[in-house]
Design a protein. Structure first.
Length: 100
């Protein structure tokens, strides 16, 4: 199916997977905790009570929650910040490099 035949929400090169998993964000020696809401081949969306500036380079990591799950660790850059609720932010990240 070509991009022309797909609906607007599906016109991405990578499908977004719903994750809803705890995630750690490391930036300039500080750790922030959030909830990874979705993940694709090039980015992720995190709900967090803290905000970071656009362009901030971070290391993000998801630890396995159940046996058989794999961990995820990457270098990522903040590309979008939205206020979701009072004291809650939605942070969009572009994945720069997957770490092993």
């Amino acid at each position: 199916m070509t991009a022309i035949n797909r609906s607007y929400d599906e016109k991405r090169d990578f499908i977004r997977m719903q994750v809803n998993s705890p995630i750690s964000i490391h930036h300039q020696g500080k750790q922030y905790n959030g909830l990874c809401m979705d993940l694709s081949g090039t980015g992720l969306k995190i709900a967090c009570s803290d905000t970071l500036p656009i362009g901030a380079e971070c290391e993000v990591s998801i630890a396995p929650q159940e046996q058989g799950q794999h961990s995820f660790k990457a270098l990522a850059t903040v590309s979008r910040v939205e206020s979701d609720q009072e004291d809650q932010y939605l942070l969009g990240f572009s994945i720069e490099q997957i770490l092993s």
